[in-house]
Ligand binder design. Structure first.
Ligand code: SAM
Length: 305
């Protein structure tokens, strides 16, 4: 019997309760870029049923948004993930006739899927893939797209900021300390530090042409009170939820940093105990709660050439 696929690099694995978070954050992230429901208008061939695939689909937030906002006679929806943990109940999947399947995106897709899809979506793998895994996944996606088919990507960079500043060396001292941990984590795991800069080259290598890239500084926590969307709309209102997300990320990363032996305090002294980690995380999560952070997010539309 084939073994169950898994990705040890994925930071949020084994958390079935993540589906509510994934659903809610999807709609918030759409707001950062002034995007409403995903209609796929302009990306579908009007003369036939179009095949659409959501890769690493999580709770199927994107797939369900497409299902609810696109003429169902125009699309055949498919969604895959390395694990079904966050998939919605079968009744929901069946109600929208979505074909779900388990698949590790770093492995080639089944032969019968090659060249079949008009649109592929993949979002939020920053804490799941090394550069090598990104390259493999993009190559595999390229193989399942028809020539001229579109790939939508959305992801974040690793380093966090206080606001709109562009130089990571200019962040407040408490945030510099967090960023040092993030960079050590990226070194240890292979996470790509700046997907907004690296993805265009990786896409070109995988035979994609970038049609559009929009990047913006996305607010998590109190920064949402002052940060605006790409088109200048207010983003106030989700501060508590996004602040808690930022705190959840630092908490999970700190566990990995302690296990990996590279958690250290502000003066560079190693933290080696769970009690020390808890004390450290409490201090930094308090700062996140008070100030919030911004993170560079990027949306890319690419075409299989
Ligand atoms: C942060 S979640 C994002 C889910 C969804 N794309 C969204 O935007 O809400 C990352 C997802 O990637 C999946 N994943 C991690 N490694 C993967 C791999 N090698 N192949 C396919 N899915 C993977 C995880 O199981 C998880 O559902």
């Amino acid at each position: 019997m084939a073994s169950k696929p898994s990705n040890d690099r994925y930071l949020f694995k084994n958390n079935a309760a993540d589906n509510h978070r994934l659903d809610r954050q999807f709609h918030i992230y759409q707001k950062f870029f002034d995007k409403g429901p995903v209609t796929l208008a302009g990306f579908l061939d009007e003369k036939r049923v179009n095949k659409v695939l959501d890769v690493a689909a999580g709770s199927l937030a994107w797939t369900l948004d497409v299902a609810r906002s696109t003429d169902p006679s125009m699309v055949e929806l498919h969604a895959c993930d390395i694990a079904a943990d966050n998939f919605p109940p079968t009744s929901v999947i069946d109600a929208f006739s979505i074909n779900t399947f388990i698949h590790d995106a770093t492995q080639p897709f089944p032969e019968e899927m090659k060249g079949q899809f008009d649109v592929v979506n993949m979002r939020l793998l920053v804490y799941a893939f090394s550069e090598d895994q990104w390259k493999k996944a993009l190559k595999n996606i390229c193989e399942v797209l028809r020539p001229g088919g579109h790939l939508f990507l959305f992801d974040y960079d690793i380093v966090w900021f206080n606001g709109a500043e562009t130089d990571p060396n200019l962040t407040a001292p408490w945030l510099s300390s967090l960023n040092r941990m993030f960079l050590k984590q990226a070194q240890a795991t292979g996470y790509v530090i700046s997907l907004s800069e690296s993805l265009p080259d990786m896409l070109a290598e995988a035979s994609f042409a970038v049609k559009e890239q929009v990047s913006c500084r996305c607010p998590f926590g109190m920064t949402a009170k002052t940060c605006l969307s790409v088109n200048g709309a207010s983003l106030a209102g989700d501060e508590d939820f996004t602040g808690e997300m930022a705190q959840m990320i630092t908490t999970r990363l700190s566990t990995g940093a302690l296990a990996g032996g590279y958690l250290e305090d502000n003066s560079g002294k190693p933290i080696t105990t769970e009690a020390g980690r808890l004390q450290w995380i409490e201090k930094y999560n308090k700062e996140i709660g008070i100030h919030g952070v911004t993170i560079q997010g990027t949306q890319i539309t690419a075409i299989r050439v």
